[in-house]
Design a protein around this ligand. Structure first.
Ligand SMILES: [Zn+2]
Length: 146
């Protein structure tokens, strides 16, 4: 994989290593129109050819926020409040993520512009199909638990 990015919340309880194909300057960022993403001003990115590992130090300080159709966990640090990304776990246990690029260590190297996207008319099945096709294959592990 050509490019590795490190992401973390403000206090470091949540972090991620993201390997993707696009160079930072041409990374595609999305500004989802849902009210959760707008309130965080999130800019998210994913790569179905990539790979992400999300690491949680203290699982007691991980909020898995769910809303709307409740089909994905929005990972928010319960300590510092940063939104790291969303995690969708499929019926077969495979997990996919879209990460909040604002939490990347190299955010300055990323494009400023984010494409506006709106998913509010999707059914739960359509949402899950989109996540399987476009989000990054991922796993979440608790630090020190393995
Ligand atoms: Zn934090």
């Amino acid at each position: 994989m050509a490019h590795t990015h490190l992401a973390a919340c403000h206090c470091g309880n949540l972090s991620a290593r993201y390997d993707c194909t696009a160079a930072p300057a041409v990374m595609t960022l999305r500004a989802c129109g849902c009210t959760f993403c707008r309130k965080h001003n999130a800019r998210t990115t994913s790569d179905p050819e990539g790979r992400a590992e999300i690491v949680v130090r203290d699982p007691a300080a991980l909020t898995r926020y769910r809303f709307g159709q409740r089909t994905a966990d929005f990972l928010v640090c319960g300590n510092c409040g940063v939104y790291l990304g969303a995690l969708f776990t499929d019926k077969d246990g495979a997990a996919y993520t879209t990460l909040n690029a604002n939490a990347f260590a190299n955010v300055q190297a990323l494009p400023d512009a984010a494409e506006s996207v709106h998913y509010d008319k999707e059914s739960p099945g359509e949402k899950n199909a989109r996540r399987r096709a476009r989000w990054t294959p991922a796993n979440l592990r608790i630090a020190g638990a393995d």
